[in-house]
Design a protein around this ligand. Sequence first.
Ligand SMILES: *Cc1c(COP(=O)(O)O)cnc(C)c1O
Length: 229
Amino acid sequence: MTIIADSLQAIQANIHAALTAAGRKDNVQLLAVSKAQSADKLRNAYLAGQRAFGENYVQEAINKQQQLSDLNIEWHFIGPIQSNKTQLIAQHFDWVHSVDRLKIAERLSNARSPSLPPLNVCIQINSSEEATKSGASLAETIALANAINTMPNLILRGLMAIPAPANDYATQCAQFKIVHTAFKNLQQQGFAIDTLSIGMSEDYVAAIHEGATIVRIGSALFGARSIPA
Ligand SMILES: *Cc1c(COP(=O)(O)O)cnc(C)c1O
């Protein structure tokens, strides 16, 4: 309990220091990435004040949601999406960060109950254009954003990216800058987006320097992952 509470406090302090260093007056939301962490750890983080949790595997997430149904958690899906999982994702999450193609967006919108608030979605972009990584190309992103804006049960909130891991701060910043530029381009084209989901345990300070509004942090908060993925 105390360990997670201490980590949470230390990360929040780092986030505030990074905002100040970047001359930013706005805020960054900490998304606690809880994949492969036990429901007890999520509960401890919740008791320490954390409300938004990110999960990568649908069934693992639903199991935890059942164990934590007494808590008012905001659930974010951040993992790769197989089309046969869209129904469950649309029913069990408030946010999806990893929408990377039209078919997935259509299926999520069709599966989202109109009686629920629209599903908040980010387009995952492949900013480094690596053939092996998931994410829409920069070129595909505008068409996908336009399509999502026509879907009744989705609301486009912004972009998400996972750049290739880099050890040095300058490289981290350079990679995030590409994503921030794509984000600002969409805004300039009239898309009403407010969310830039970039930065993980090893690079969130650089991401905040480059305009992150959500950082997704797992191991720095919870320690090494334990449930086999
Ligand atoms: C696992 C994961 C994270 C968190 O990674 P850490 O390095 O543990 O902070 C963030 N984003 C996504 C998409 C992930 O899969």
